[in-house]
Write a protein that binds this ligand. Sequence first.
Ligand SMILES: Nc1nc2c(c(=O)[nH]1)N[C@H]1C(S)=C(S)[C@@H](COP(=O)(O)OP(=O)(O)OC[C@H]3O[C@@H](n4cnc5c(=O)[nH]c(N)nc54)[C@H](O)[C@@H]3O)O[C@H]1N2
Ligand SMILES: Nc1nc2c(c(=O)[nH]1)N[C@H]1C(S)=C(S)[C@@H](COP(=O)(O)OP(=O)(O)OC[C@H]3O[C@@H](n4cnc5c(=O)[nH]c(N)nc54)[C@H](O)[C@@H]3O)O[C@H]1N2
Ligand code: SF4
Ligand SMILES: [Mo]
Length: 740
Amino acid sequence: MADSRTGTSETRYGICKVCWAGCPVEVTVEDGRATRVAGDRASPIYGGYTCPKGRAMPEAHYSPTRVLHPRKRLGDGTYIEIPMDQALAEIAARIEGIVAEHGAEAIAVYPGNGNLTNPINPVIGAMFIMAMGTFPDRFFSVQTIDQAGKVIAQALHGRWIPGPQPFSTAKSWIMVGTNPVISKQGVMVNPGQTVKQAVKDGMKLIVIDPRATESTAHAFLHIAPQPGQDAGILAGILRVILTEGLYDADFVAANAIGIEALKAAVEPFTPEHVAQVAGISAEEVVLAARTFAGAQSGCVVTATGAHFPLHGTLCEYLALSLNTVCGRWVRAGEPHSQPHVLLPDVAIHAQPHAPYQPWDYSKTSRINALPQTVVGAPTGTLPDEILTPGPGQVRALICSGSNPAVSLPDQNRAGRALAALDLLVAIDVEMSNTARMADYVIPDRMALETPACSQFSESMKYYGIWTGGYEQPYAQYAPAVVEPPAGSDTVESWQFFYELAKRLGKQITYFGNAAGTGQHWDKPPVPFPLPLDQRPTTEDMFEAMCAGSRVPLAEVKRHIHGNVFSELDLTVLPRARDCTAMLQLGDPTMMAELAAVFANRGDTANPSAEYPLLLIPRRANDMMNSIGRSNPKLTGRRTHNPAYLNPADLERLGMASGDIIRIRSEHGEIKGVAEAEPRLRPGTLSMSHCFGTNPDEEDDPLGQGGCTSRLMDANAAYDPVFGQPRMGAIPVRIEPATIA
Ligand SMILES: Nc1nc2c(c(=O)[nH]1)N[C@H]1C(S)=C(S)[C@@H](COP(=O)(O)OP(=O)(O)OC[C@H]3O[C@@H](n4cnc5c(=O)[nH]c(N)nc54)[C@H](O)[C@@H]3O)O[C@H]1N2
Ligand SMILES: Nc1nc2c(c(=O)[nH]1)N[C@H]1C(S)=C(S)[C@@H](COP(=O)(O)OP(=O)(O)OC[C@H]3O[C@@H](n4cnc5c(=O)[nH]c(N)nc54)[C@H](O)[C@@H]3O)O[C@H]1N2
Ligand code: SF4
Ligand SMILES: [Mo]
């Protein structure tokens, strides 16, 4: 623990938790404060890698704008600081009152990415809502405005238990709408170097992205389609592989059903059709297919770029199907590609978890009549759940490490909803867009002030391929590096939920060591009912999280820099004799959606004369969504999110880099700052999210940037299962504007 004597300086080791890559860090601690963060060069796998966000942790922890005491909003909109006990008592009393009058359905939680500071935090909100008896309907998470299609597609296709073939030794890889070098999605460990090395070692990397990104630098083939056309492209690649007989017929015969239905469904997607619809060449489709199928190993993966334009589940389903027809899953006798260390000790057989239906139409949501699903409540409907009167109306919202005022699609509607709540609680460390609207702001401990362990990173693999997991049997635990600033009054997010539940007389049961998702369980979780008489310590929670782990947590704790447990036998066992599960290549819902994609000639949103550009998402290297926007070390001289456009588009409109522009969609408008980016496909506008002011605040394009969510419509077009509104390939137009 921190040494608070004056004049001391020492080196301590921790884990960065600003994003889920979990880089091991070396922290210089002077007089009890973290003054410098660098990568831990003694790490056996990360090799000292960090990104600017991690290195800027000291500035975030000791930011003059950090919230260090609970704040309560007064009638005039100003805030006063109050003690934590008082805040907890007042919030509990208000929730009790709302529940007494309107029922438990009136209370909802929305956890987000600021919760990563401790692996207990991201899951505890769900368990609080279980304690309230309203799970999953009142559990709104970022998953359903992100890549929920991964879990839905995995359910429909089945999950291959030993996982996909490993990235680092693969001979081909197709990345669809993902830029891991910046986002770390899929490749958590030093992704820039890992991608470069994999290519050097013989990987033919194929990237499908309207923009030449950091991840295309080493690509064998970069296909830059019109945004929103990925399902058709993937169907075209499948068609080439199936018609040319390039697939692994033996693997399919032994492990999958539905290939005839898949063949019939992809038949119309000729290379020429796909090329014409997606604005690419037929040769590119054929080359991608032959290269991928011709390599001995590899995988097709999708992420936000492919998921946001509404066909995310289908894109993921087709990616899984490509991997299955080419037999690109780890087989018996090979090492498990996502080995368990802090996850439970289970036998891994070369077989699937059977497909299941991830939805239940007998229980539909109040808004848009969406089915109950395995991915929680549809967050796209949250604003209307708050704004629509009637039984079940949401009246109180607890945001933990989330920023819905800028992250929910359809910002104006979201802003109206947040303002209409009877009670809004933000567990945050800054007066974020959302905290500025909250009745109570509860200060959390920050990443270096909490212990950490890599169990969460391991467990992310259950949310679909290209989400998490280590290729090697790696694990790390790090104690808290420093105490929160002297005199502060903070609580960890999970402790807030514990304290609140306790005051409401509810018991939270923690399912921390979940080894699976939906109906796909490697091992069911061991419940840990949190004792009401005494709050468990964080260490108690970690023990529960790692219950039955392959390597005891105590052993992992012995390795301060993390460790590869190379003595573990990772050999995948053969299919069990009694296993009858088969992967499904021809799910009828997916085949029907594919037919609709063909009939619509791809995506339904196309550029038009009125809205000639398509807005697409991108991750900023220095920000984690909105995290970092108040950190001067990260923002430097630029605090806004540029609106990147191809120079030809700018020139055509008589505009130049630095110009203030108005960006209009059918639904809304924002101001932005134009910036030329030659590597972007003409006709696209690429802009990061979670910037901008609140709807009731003055636009500030050069300062706070523009909130792209304002251009999205929550109800015009949304995923039919989990309600995610269209968040990519949004038709927009731009025109000159001024700041005032
Ligand atoms: N237009 C548009 N909208 C999008 C997206 C997009 O690409 N475009 N992306 C979507 C996706 S994929 C996601 S995941 C969501 C993200 O949605 P959110 O998770 O809601 O957004 P974040 O900005 O990550 O919210 C993090 C919050 O945590 C706070 N925070 C920072 N550090 C800490 C800490 O130590 N403890 C606590 N308790 N809080 C902390 C920050 O101040 C911030 O308010 O946005 C979605 N919305
Ligand atoms: N530095 C940093 N890291 C982050 C985050 C962050 O904000 N900053 N956010 C985190 C979060 S919450 C998430 S969900 C992950 C996301 O991780 P990724 O999904 O890998 O996110 P991006 O890096 O934006 O990569 C998406 C790519 O899709 C491309 N794209 C856009 N539209 C389309 C399309 O229609 N089709 C195709 N094929 N491509 C398209 C974009 O140009 C972009 O290069 O990143 C996480 N990591
Ligand atoms: S923010 Fe950067 S340093 Fe921190 S875990 Fe993510 S990639 Fe690593
Ligand atoms: Mo995300």
